[in-house]
Design a protein around this ligand. Sequence first.
Ligand code: SIN
Length: 481
Amino acid sequence: MAERLHTQNYINGEWCDAALGAVFPVDNPATKELIEEVADSTTTDVERAIDAAYDAFAFWSTTSPIERARLLHRWFCLIVEHTDVLANLMTRECGKPFVESKGEVAYGASFVEWFAEEAKRIYGDIIPAATPDRQLLVHKAPIGVCAAITPWNFPLAMITRKCAPALAAGCTVVVKPAEGTPLTALALAALAEQAGFPAGVFNVVCAAHGVEVGRVLSTHEKVRKLSFTGSTAVGKQLLKQSAETVKRVSMELGGNAPFIVFDDADLEQAIQGALASKYRNSGQTCVCANRFIVQDTVYEQFAERLKEATEALKVGNGLDAGIAIGPLINGAAVGKVSELVRCAINDGARALCGAQTHSAGDNFYMPTVLTEVSPSMAIASTEIFGPVSTLIRFTEEAEAIHIANATPFGLAAYFYTEDRHRMWRVADALDYGMIGVNEGIISTTLAPFGGQKQSGMGREGSMYGIDEYLELKYVCMGGMK
Ligand code: SIN
């Protein structure tokens, strides 16, 4: 791969233009300059990729787990070797600060390493039968062709978190990356090619408008599994479409993470956790703290410290040194955040800092702290996806839990307390798939990532992640003598 940018689709081991020859622009959100033009695919291209993956499944599913592990290990090493190139590309495509992009390369690579090892541990079971003339066996078999539709906020790690377990299980994949960040996906494909994955095993199809490509991937008979990370609205549509062919699905959808600060918390630790959780990727992650729910006895103190720390964050082009907050992905994102903040202030919220666009450029929004936010405001029920901290006040523990759970979402939740009894009690009471106790960043390859309620279904990473790509097959051997 080296420094060469790939802009064509990667289908059946070949780099190819879109069937109709169309391209679309990929811009740098910090400078609004064109980075490259990329193949703009239609139904024909996606169907070609699905056919290639389907044909490749016939041999890939029968390769030895050791061979699959070997290729995944090679891919892992190549990703790590190309950290700076990949991180630079990622920052230019999605705007995240370079240090964070490097962190994402390491995070993304860790899934490849983990599932390379897991490939060797796809064990079955022998179940004790009721009578001695039978043996009851359970095998785990790869599902088939898997489609991965991935978001722009983690252009690399969301691809590896889905594809590494799929490939380890013996499935083949077709990736449709977000239109904002196809170059990182294509760079990953180039490294997969260099690692030696056979033609058709790993395919990438890019498109400016994902609707048609998503429709094909979610309705095609040959695709047996769809994994999507993105908005709840699109997830619901893909779920409906997938029902027609009864596909297995994994959905990692929107969140509305509460971050509760009790008055027995270590406040400095809570501030550090708040900064890490809220401002990672400029507030554009599904697990970002969306609502700070702060006990009234420490409310003013927490607000003041958060304001000071927020004002100290340096805003600018993610490629420049010391930048903590990059641009938002595009003008529409800035418009949405501005409008949420404007309405909240109209409804009685108070801006301690920020609350306006930043002079660094059209796509930049100032890190903001709003106090006196109430749970009924739109900003408290909408996934903000921007660098805005909203502070809600509470008095009793039960009230905090009620506010935290009063949402259709259930991805991540955080709380800070030094009371060990409260740690168990509150963790039990929160209706969320992932909970951070005195921790603001909890994502890791080692633990299951995923949500409940309208935040989705299925788990990624960890010892559970590979099960999403495997079918249990029960064999009853009878008439044994
Ligand atoms: C996401 O925001 O979709 C993923 C965040 C993570 O993996 O930590």
